[in-house]
Design a protein around this ligand. Structure first.
Ligand SMILES: NC(=O)c1ccc[n+]([C@@H]2O[C@H](COP(=O)([O-])OP(=O)(O)OC[C@H]3O[C@@H](n4cnc5c(N)ncnc54)[C@H](O)[C@@H]3O)[C@@H](O)[C@H]2O)c1
Ligand SMILES: [Fe+2]
Length: 360
């Protein structure tokens, strides 16, 4: 069976295209005053961007905090808040749409909330593959960091009580994305690097994986070239290129899969609370044995950008935490299979995973 995957329906790209958002949303409001909900990273609260968000009178603008990556209970709380707001309002029971403005965490919150507004229970009930039954409300993603590919993916990655796992479904995919390279210009250099490396590592893992096909390869190679221009050649219009690298990297893994670095990074994030980008960088630096050329290239990129990774985060950690890290990593079977083939269990034992973690 070939995967028949859903893609984002509409894309607008270009410097300053954010200012078209009002017009785009106007076409989706059934009545001129149908409400929209904006979930915006609170890092922008005092910024010029805040004043450019096209909020109308019955809309809600909620500043979301992503100091920790999205948790299922936060998604549930936001969903409850929005439902209560519009149930009290006798004209609508739900908003017409949800717009997420921020990095991967904020875009994931917007995806998850748009799904949970139309599906009963807790978002933790839907962590997994194709568990969502009802279509989401209209949802829009607007990245302010580039690399995760969350703008094109069919998942929203959430940390629940038991696991860090996405809500993977066709309904998760954004209906519209707004790719404005100006929005990523002000991101702190370290954060830009870590998130950018998420894209680089998507390409490495997709291109070297056993799931690779020509569709994934075409997008993966383009994204890889763009990452090299941005992080090795230091080209001038790098924000535009990084934004398109993220898009293409996301499209590449949509038809293949990520690999060892992501499996380990999920374990690191779950137990140590590290953000995805930095977690990937920490793990990738110890994967020379599996991705030698790419790890050398990654180190050159780090040097170019004066990045010093934190070390010894796992050394000396309590045993139960190490076991939990291994549990989370081992749960991600498709990632291991993509990286090492169908007989991966013979190569990557629990002990070997713990050994890799212990070096970090
Ligand atoms: N859905 C997917 O397909 C997918 C894929 C990969 C990662 N993810 C998720 O994405 C998240 C990581 O996303 P990320 O790396 O984009 O970072 P992020 O959204 O977690 O943000 C990292 C930090 O940067 C700040 N920030 C964002 N934009 C900024 C800007 N323009 N200027 C200044 N500060 C800014 C945020 O406030 C935050 O403090 C994780 O939660 C991860 O699980 C999702
Ligand atoms: Fe990633």
């Amino acid at each position: 069976m070939f995967r028949n995957f859903k893609t984002v329906s509409r894309v607008v790209f270009g410097r300053g295209c954010f200012d078209q958002l009002g017009d785009i949303l106007a076409q989706k409001r059934k009545r001129p005053d149908s409400p929209m909900v904006f979930l915006v990273d609170d890092v922008f609260q005092e910024s010029r961007l805040a004043g450019r968000i096209p909020v109308q009178v019955r809309d809600l603008l909620i500043w979301v905090n992503v100091d920790v990556e999205p948790k299922t209970f936060y998604v549930d709380e936001l969903t409850r808040m929005i439902r209560e707001n519009y149930t009290a309002d006798r004209m609508d029971h739900l908003p017409e749409g949800v717009i997420g403005i921020g990095g991967g965490s904020t875009m994931d919150l917007a995806k998850a909330v748009s799904l949970m507004l139309t599906n009963p229970g807790s978002s933790a009930d839907y962590q997994g593959w194709d568990l969502i039954r009802n279509p989401a409300v209209y949802h829009v993603g607007i990245p302010t960091l580039s690399g995760t590919g969350a703008e094109v993916s069919r998942t929203t990655v959430l940390t629940g009580p038991e696991k860090k796992l996405g809500i993977n479904s066709d309904y998760t995919v954004f209906d519209q994305i707004v790719l404005d390279p100006e929005l990523i210009t002000g991101a702190p250099a370290n954060q830009r690097f870590y998130t950018g490396m998420d894209c680089y590592i998507h390409c490495v893992e997709s291109l070297s994986g056993t799931y690779l096909n020509t569709f994934s390869q075409a997008y993966g190679e383009k994204a890889m070239d763009l990452c090299r221009e941005v992080f090795l050649d230091l080209v001038p219009d790098s924000d535009d290129k990084l934004m398109m690298a993220s898009y293409c990297g996301g499209m590449s893994i949509a038809y293949s899969q990520v690999g060892i670095c992501h499996a380990l990074s999920y374990g690191l994030s779950f137990v140590l609370g590290l953000h995805h980008g930095i977690g990937n960088c920490i793990a990738f630096d110890y994967l020379e044995e599996f991705y030698p050329e790419a790890v050398y290239e990654f180190r050159r990129m780090m040097e170019n950008h004066n990045i010093e990774l934190p070390r010894n985060l796992v050394t000396g950690i309590e045993n139960d935490k190490l076991e939990k890290m291994a549990d989370v990593a081992l749960m991600l079977e498709p990632l291991w299979e993509n990286a090492l083939g169908s007989a991966w269990k013979a190569v990557m034992t629990r002990d070997r995973i713990k050994e890799l973690f212990r070096q970090m």
